[in-house]
Design a protein around this ligand. Structure first.
Ligand SMILES: [Zn+2]
Length: 309
């Protein structure tokens, strides 16, 4: 089955649930032979594939940003095309260099979710740290640094999960179940100790403040995605407040406008996280829960998305 027929199937599946709108989630968009840095490389979309997807999707859907979704939904006539929201997570520079020009050619805009700790490449998101270290760091040094930074024997042993063969995704899934603050601190230390082994061209390239502002000026919506991308359901309420609140504040300084849309990192949320998101002034929040719940009322703070590849 070709990729385009897969997309067609997806559209049919979505339409068959009589949903008034569909939200798609993308991550990194790659050009040519750039090595992907996103921790699930099979979800990296090439420029060519994204172009073909957009040509098809824009014929079948009316594309709006998340900010405009609710308003458009209430205003449109009965014969209007179904609505589609395109979202791009994790602050990759490719959104500015590859994606925005393609979307502009098609006359559509997307919602872009940014984690501010990586803006201007100040940091690397922790899942990417794990992905790159498992792929590139020498095993002896990796195991040694891992065991220095994680104290619990159960967690220390987890590095054996990936040593033969190297399987970063298994380790990531293990880490997602640990306390978020422990994971953030240990992965930043690991990065300091071992990043010298990562080839320059394999490191993720993230948006800078100027590019974020330029995207906003061009009509793209900038949304929040937390400071450091922790699993918020594994964090204390204080950490949840800081991760969501500080990220929002910093992005609002860059774009000069209040943010209204948020994406839960890794899609994880619970009642506490949802409450903080609402208290911080977000009106819409998206998950990675691809279940198409056509019969349930819309929860505007838990909008499901379909991950595109
Ligand atoms: Zn993310």
């Amino acid at each position: 089955m070709t990729r385009d027929s897969l997309i067609h199937n997806l559209i049919v599946r979505a339409s068959s649930f009589c949903r008034p709108f569909t939200i798609l989630c993308y991550h990194e968009v790659s050009q040519g032979s750039d090595p992907p840095s996103y921790c699930e490389p099979e979800q990296v979309v090439s420029v060519q594939s994204l172009r073909r997807q957009l040509q098809l999707l824009t014929k079948l859907f009316e594309v709006v940003t998340l900010r405009d979704l609710q308003k458009t939904l209430h205003q449109r006539g009965p014969r209007a095309r179904p609505l589609l929201v395109l979202t791009f997570d994790d602050s990759y520079e490719s959104v500015f260099t590859h994606t925005a020009p393609l979307l502009e050619q098609q006359g559509v805009r997307a919602t872009i979710f940014v984690s501010t700790s990586v803006v201007d490449c100040k940091r690397v998101l922790w899942p990417e740290v794990i992905y790159m270290l498992v792929r590139y760091a020498p095993l002896v040094q990796l195991i040694e640094a891992w065991q220095d930074n994680f104290k619990e024997p159960r967690v220390q042993r987890a590095i054996r999960l990936v040593t033969n063969p190297r399987r970063p995704v298994q380790l990531l899934e293990f880490l997602k179940r640990l306390p978020a603050s422990q994971v953030l601190e240990a992965t930043q230390n690991l990065w300091k100790e071992l990043s010298r082994f990562i080839p320059e061209d394999a490191r993720p390239r993230y948006l800078n403040a100027h590019q974020i502002n330029a995207l906003h000026q061009a009509g793209f919506e900038i949304g929040g995605h937390s400071l450091n991308h922790p699993i918020l359901t594994q964090a204390s309420e204080e950490t949840v407040q800081r991760e969501i609140g500080d990220d929002k504040k910093q992005l609002e300084e860059i774009v000069g406008q209040p943010l209204v849309s948020f994406a839960y990192p890794n899609g994880n949320y619970n009642g506490v996280v949802q409450r903080v998101v609402a208290q911080q002034g977000y009106r819409w929040a998206v998950t990675l829960d691809g279940r198409l719940r056509s019969n349930e009322p819309i929860d505007w703070l838990a909008l499901e998305r379909i991950e595109q590849r």
